[in-house]
Design a binder for this molecule. Structure first.
Ligand code: AMP
Length: 395
């Protein structure tokens, strides 16, 4: 059901949000996850519902730990919503029911960390049923955990009828953004894969080969390809047990007629440090003792041309160790090329924590079409897997 079709007047809306935000000394750092949930919460309130918010925070592993208490984020949620937010230090039981009963019309209540109960991550039915008792309708807006069959993300949906459960706007937007990529994308469609390891992205690369016209591979994972092709990669990151897999991927890309771009050159360093000595090298001939930490200038230019002439773009993973300024140029060049392509009418989706962080570091967040909030969830969805949190609402 679409959130706009739910009957909400006078109802208690139980909303699973992803408020797993970074905290430092009890203060919320990046508020993006809270901000992302605001449209859904406002819609529910505007439609006459009381709102009960539930989330996890960190990995308390089934134990009550003060450092993971959601009480620490109440003021941030309240500020972003521009209204008072009540808090209860439990997420199920009588105390919570009373707090809900005491909520004023248009009130908002935040429950304590769901993962203080081990049953949450186990997907326990009895616990899901206790949660379900709290609301008249269930709204899931936690895309970041949609790939988990946890009590509050998936199992709970069973306790609500089809017309009593819906996705929030955040999940809806994520699904629409991915649909634009996977269903009749405008061509050429280019995927840019980077980051540390091929092993993390193999399923995604395999699945995306059926959809894209061009595939760019950069970042740490590219050196496994060069090593597999017989190159000298020095001390660069290599997954020795994935050499054959890399060759298989190259063959698959060719069979499927996908234009594959590996970086011709790298910025190499004699140390994994921002103070290292650096130089540029062809990726088949990296000196022993040196390592590739960013794509080189030839690769940057080639990749930028490919991206700027694309109409649909998926970016997952940085081109180098962008956390160090000396090795951030390649990633910045990609972000610039994606922003230029988007300005010229392309649809661009940025997925995965690191590429989203990179886009924000370089202040390009409003120059791309969509930045996904889901790391693992987005990857699994793009891999073609069915996400339990999505299926639970749709079935
Ligand atoms: P991932 O989480 O797999 O997307 O990987 C992101 C991480 O890959 C970032 O922290 C980067 O610093 C790292 N990375 C990117 N390129 C390289 C490289 N050439 N060598 C080592 N690490 C890299």
């Amino acid at each position: 059901m679409h959130i706009d079709e739910l009957d909400l007047q006078g109802k208690v809306a139980l909303v699973r949000v992803d408020f797993n935000v970074p905290l430092k000394d009890g203060v919320v750092g990046d508020r993006n996850r809270i901000i992302a949930a605001v449209p859904t919460i406002e819609k529910l309130l505007d439609s006459g519902a009381k709102v009960v918010l539930m989330s996890h925070l960190g990995r308390p592993k089934g134990e009550v730990k003060a450092e993971f208490s959601l009480s620490q984020i109440v003021s941030a949620v309240s500020e972003e919503l521009g209204r008072e937010v009540a808090f209860v230090d439990q997420c199920v039981g009588q105390e919570v029911k009373e707090a809900i009963a005491n909520l004023k019309e248009n009130g908002v209540l935040l429950l304590e960390n769901l993962r203080f109960h081990a049953e949450e991550e186990k997907g326990d039915r009895a616990f899901a049923s206790q949660l379900a008792e709290l609301g008249d309708v269930y709204v899931n807006d936690a895309f970041g955990t949609a790939h988990r069959a946890h009590a509050s993300t998936a199992i709970i949906a069973d306790f609500f009828k089809a017309d009593e459960r819906a996705f929030g706007y955040l999940i809806q937007n994520e699904l629409e953004a991915v649909a634009r990529l996977l269903q009749e994308p405008q061509r050429p469609f280019t995927a840019i894969m980077g980051g540390a390891k091929i092993s993390d992205k193999i399923l995604l690369i395999e699945n995306i080969l059926d959809k894209v016209d061009r595939l760019i591979i950069g970042g740490g994972m590219s050196y496994t390809f060069f090593k597999a092709k017989g190159g000298d990669v020095g001390n660069s990151l290599v997954e020795e047990d994935k050499l054959q897999l890399a060759l298989d991927l190259l063959n698959k890309a060719e069979e499927k007629g996908v234009e594959l771009h590996l970086p011709q050159d790298s910025i190499i360093a004699d140390n994994f440090s921002n103070d290292a000595n650096t130089s540029e090298a062809d990726n088949m001939q990296i000196k022993s003792g040196w390592m590739g930490l960013d794509i080189g200038s030839k690769a940057s230019r080639e990749f930028a041309e490919v991206v700027e002439s694309s109409k649909t773009i998926l970016w997952n993973g940085p081109m180098g160790v962008f956390e160090m300024s000396k090795f951030a140029e390649g990633t910045k060049a990609m972000a610039t090329a994606i922003a230029n392509a988007t300005e010229n009418g392309a649809f661009s989706l940025i997925g995965g924590g690191d590429s989203a962080a990179a886009i924000r570091t370089f202040n390009f967040d409003d120059k791309v079409s969509y930045i996904s909030t889901g790391g693992g969830a987005l990857l699994e969805y793009l891999e073609g897997k069915e996400l339990p949190g999505i299926k639970a609402i749709q079935s």
